[in-house]
Design a protein around this ligand. Structure first.
Ligand SMILES: Nc1ncnc2c1ncn2[C@@H]1O[C@H](COP(=O)(O)OP(=O)(O)O)[C@@H](O)[C@H]1O
Ligand SMILES: [Mg+2]
Length: 154
């Protein structure tokens, strides 16, 4: 699916508004691919009321959301060892009422949980304002809102 930023944001908001918890979503793609744009949209849809800052330096930020849920936003770009993951409380993630959004999940290598989504974002050659978006299940995570039907669809 190829989406402009408005459509990607709309999809993210629907994911946040509708997902059951716990759910873990890995966001994969190069710098500038739109991982944080999508993470913020999911957070907004889930009812996070602050503007979600980048977790690049803290690695992990938690935001209360609605219906007793919590958005846990991680950016593993700077992670250097699995020790740092344990320090973040990695083993406790993806429980209870959490929507866990992991940028750079590939940095966690074999340490991702048994059930999660991977959303892949890439910039199509010659289309800097569009993103090719794919979503893949690993294990049996809960359903996500379906893709928007078209660039302008709701
Ligand atoms: N279709 C699109 N979807 C998402 N972001 C887009 C799109 N087109 C342009 N952009 C821009 O790309 C950038 C993505 O940045 P960001 O989400 O921080 O990337 P990442 O977290 O993957 O490094 C933003 O500046 C955003 O405005
Ligand atoms: Mg980012």
């Amino acid at each position: 699916m190829r989406l402009d930023e408005a459509s990607l944001t709309r999809w993210g908001k629907r994911i946040g508004a509708t997902t059951t918890t716990p759910v873990v979503i890995g966001l994969r793609g190069q710098l500038g691919a739109g991982k944080s744009v999508l993470a913020r949209a999911i957070g907004e849809g889930a009812g996070v009321t602050v503007s979600m800052p980048s977790p690049s330096y803290n690695l992990l930020l938690r935001h209360p959301a609605d219906m007793g849920r919590e958005v846990v936003h991680l950016d593993l770009y700077r992670i250097e060892s699995s020790d740092e993951l344990w320090e973040l409380g990695w083993e406790q993630l993806g429980l209870n009422h959490e929507i866990v959004l992991v940028e750079w999940p590939e940095r966690a290598e074999g340490l991702m949980p048994a059930h999660y989504w991977v959303i892949d974002l890439s910039v199509p050659v010659g289309h800097p304002d569009l993103r090719d978006v794919g979503a893949e299940r690993v294990g049996a995570p809960p359903d996500l809102a379906a893709f928007p039907m078209s660039l302008s669809g709701s």
